[in-house]
Design a protein around this ligand. Sequence first.
Ligand code: C5P
Length: 242
Amino acid sequence: MIEDNKRVIVALDYPDADSAIAMAQRLDPAISRVKVGKELFTRCGPSIVERLQGLGFELFLDLKFHDIPNTVAKACGVAAELGVWMVNVHASGGRRMMEAAREEVEKRSVGPARTSLIAVTVLTSMERSDLAEMGLDIEPIEQVKRLAALTERSGLDGVVCSAQEASAIRQLAGDNFQLITPGIRPAGSEVGDQRRIMTPADAIAAGSTYLVVGRPITGATDPKAAALAVQAEVDAALTASL
Ligand code: C5P
């Protein structure tokens, strides 16, 4: 099992730097990490990464790169030079793309720990009919398992997956393969637009390593306390699983 007492990644889904920084200032880098996605990064560029790191946060740069191997590898290399904690690619870019990205991240990581490189398998917005239209006439979970196995064989650190997929992937992957899981809703919190949700404790029991949590924390009256409560639920679930 992975030794890490910070299992919560707070999604900073904001359209501009001021809002993201204001939220980060209401969180505690000792309790959680943060995630920057395409909207915020496209608006602000690397300066938002540097500003969040300046506040002490380790950061997941969720840009889901997908292109020819050389292009993705170079982009991941820049992310590693920025010192981000984690960056991701689409597993459907294939083995050569993932291996090239991994090599570049290894070469260009700065700081004591190498930047983690993970992959997205099948977007959770895709249903069986969407895959069929793309010529893949199989259940999404089968494609998820294939791509998770390919990700592991390509030497990446883990995959993003829904909590519902976590136990199936956990069965086929090694103990150190990280499962990063969004769609988390602590008991009693608003579901919002998420369709398949799980509580933090259930996600950990299903084999998740890190939980991506947005609105249940960022929309709370006290975001830091909300993040601490999720981490406490994770700690209890991890202890129970020993
Ligand atoms: O606010 P909420 O907790 O729903 O935020 C979840 C975060 O995880 C968002 O940044 C969303 O884009 C991301 N995500 C997701 N489902 C996926 C992949 C990523 O909700 N399948």
